[in-house]
Each structure stands twice: as structure tokens, then as C-alpha cells.
Write a protein that binds this ligand. Structure first.
Ligand code: GLP
Length: 262
């Protein structure tokens, strides 16, 4: 595992985008694993800029980590109030680049048969040849995707109840602004499993802001435990790169992780 510490969110995003762009250039039909949340937004914005300068996504395939289950059913049906990750990805990334619709995979939160859909999703990852680079954020309780505390480290794509902290965080960040009552927020999600994520050939984990500092140090330096599913990065066999800003890295004690790279 390699850890890069950058000055601020902007530098983290730029560095992450350059890593993704490097792969897209060297392997034009690469399979990218994508994440939602505030953290990767800057990365997507830089990638959109690079696309405007010629970075080609026309043969890239993408798999998103997760989606809320039942979204659009309990909520107002209007598009503007839809807080689905599908919409987030479309608005923040896909509509700005030249990726064909059929190359985009996101778990379907409205599926009638979630278990069958999860099996199908895993199969599509395999059929597309596996994920070359999985982008990850980290949730406040140390989760990757929606692998909440207690998720087994060999878990696969499945339906997962959301921890109260995760619901609270995502409610504040996304639902409240849209005027959606707390009780209308979905309590379940479809998520890739930890085991699914660990099969990616490379991982790029991004963490920014002081509020992530405690959980980042637990994930990178604490025990490997199902209570902090991101700690599985320590047993990951592929190529892992972690990019943090100074604040998110501020509680790391290992001196190898203490230097800011400008
Ligand atoms: C959600 C997502 C995760 C994400 C986390 C942190 O729980 N399912 O994939 O890493 O939020 O989001 P943020 O980047 O907004 O802090």
C-alpha cells in the first residue's frame, strides 16, 4: 500500500484524476470501479476537464459500487428529488464525458428481484474481465461502498441495511438539501461486497477532511476487522494507492505516512 499526502482537497482530486487518466490512456477499454459521495467529486471534475482536452472514454466500462434500494418508490417521483446514485453519476460525470450508456453499470435500486440482480451484477463484472481500478472513498464508520460494520471481508454484492451514522451523514449531505423528510430516506442499499472490491486489480482510495482523520487511521493502521471494512486494504493483494489531504492524514502515526508530497 502506498500513501500519498497532499496539501488539500484540490491537490488530492488532481492527483487521483491523473492516476485514472493514466490508466484510461494506457488501456483505452479499461474497467473502472466508481464511487459516489462528496470525496470523488473533485476527481470527476478534473477528469471532465481532461476529457475536454481529449481524454477518450468511448471504450471504458464502469461499475459503480452501490445504489440505494427502493429509491424513487418512497420518494417523490420527480427527477429533481431523486437522490439515486445513478442520477448523481449522470449529473456529476457521465453526461460530461463520451462514455456510451451501455458501458455503464450501476446496481438497479428499483429491481424487482434484488438477490437475482446482485448475482447478475457480479456476473457482469466477471464478463467484462474484472475491475482494473476501483476508486473508493471511506465512510465515517470505515465502510467502503455500503459495507457497513460487521460486513464479512469476503462478502459479495448484496442487499445491506444502512447503519444509522451512514444514513445521518448521507441525509445531511444529499437528502436534506432536496427537502426530503428523514423518514423517506432509503434504509437499505445494494452494495458490492468487500470480497468483490478486493478482487479489483488496483485500488485508489481517497480521503479528505478532518472528519475522516480518525477513521482513516483506524483503516490504515488499526487491526484488520469487519468493524472497519476499509481496513481490509491492509490485506489487499493488488496495487493499493491511498491519497489523503493533510487533515485526513493528521492522525496517522506511521512516519512513512507523514510527509506531504507537493
Ligand atoms: C456513502 C457511500 C460511500 C462513500 C461514503 C463517504 O456511504 N456509499 O461509497 O465513500 O458515503 O462519502 P463522502 O465522500 O461524501 O464522505
Amino acid at each position: 500500500m502506498k500513501v500519498l499526502i497532499k496539501k488539500n482537497y484540490r491537490e488530492v482530486s488532481l492527483c487521483a484524476a491523473l492516476k485514472v487518466a493514466e490508466l484510461v490512456r494506457s488501456k483505452p477499454a479499461a474497467v473502472l470501479g466508481l464511487a459516489t459521495g462528496k470525496t470523488p467529486l473533485g476527481t470527476y471534475r478534473h477528469l471532465i476537464r481532461l476529457h475536454k482536452k481529449g481524454l477518450d472514454f468511448s471504450r471504458i466500462r464502469t461499475f459503480n459500487l452501490d445504489e440505494y434500494l427502493g429509491i424513487g418508490l418512497a420518494l417523490d417521483k420527480s427527477y429533481a428529488r431523486d437522490q439515486s446514485y445513478a442520477r448523481f453519476m449522470h449529473e456529476e460525470f457521465f453526461k460530461h464525458i463520451n462514455i456510451p450508456r451501455e458501458n455503464i453499470y450501476i446496481p438497479d435500486g428499483l429491481t424487482k428481484d434484488p438477490e437475482e440482480h446482485c448475482r447478475w451484477y457480479e456476473e457482469q463484472i466477471r464478463k467484462e474481465g474484472g475491475i482494473d481500478l476501483q476508486i473508493l472513498g471511506i465512510g465515517r464508520v470505515g465502510h467502503w461502498a455500503f459495507n457497513e460494520p460487521g460486513s464479512s471481508l469476503d462478502s459479495r454484492t448484496r442487499v445491506q441495511p444502512l447503519a444509522m451514522e451512514t444514513q445521518d451523514d448521507n441525509y445531511k449531505k444529499f437528502y436534506k438539501k432536496a427537502g426530503i423528510p428523514r423518514e423517506d430516506m432509503p434504509h437499505f442499499a445494494i452494495t458490492m461486497g468487500v470480497g468483490t472490491i478486493l478482487e479489483s486489480r488496483a485500488i485508489l482510495m481517497i480521503g479528505t477532511g478532518a472528519e475522516k482523520s480518525v477513521i482513516v487511521s483506524k483503516a490504515l493502521e488499526g487491526p484488520v476487522t469487519t468493524e472497519v471494512t476499509a481496513s481490509s486494504i491492509q490485506i489487499y493483494k493488488g496495487d493499493a494507492l491511498v491519497i489523503l489531504d493533510r487533515q485526513a492524514a493528521s492522525r496517522l502515526s506511521d512516519s512513512r505516512f507523514n510527509q506531504v508530497q507537493e
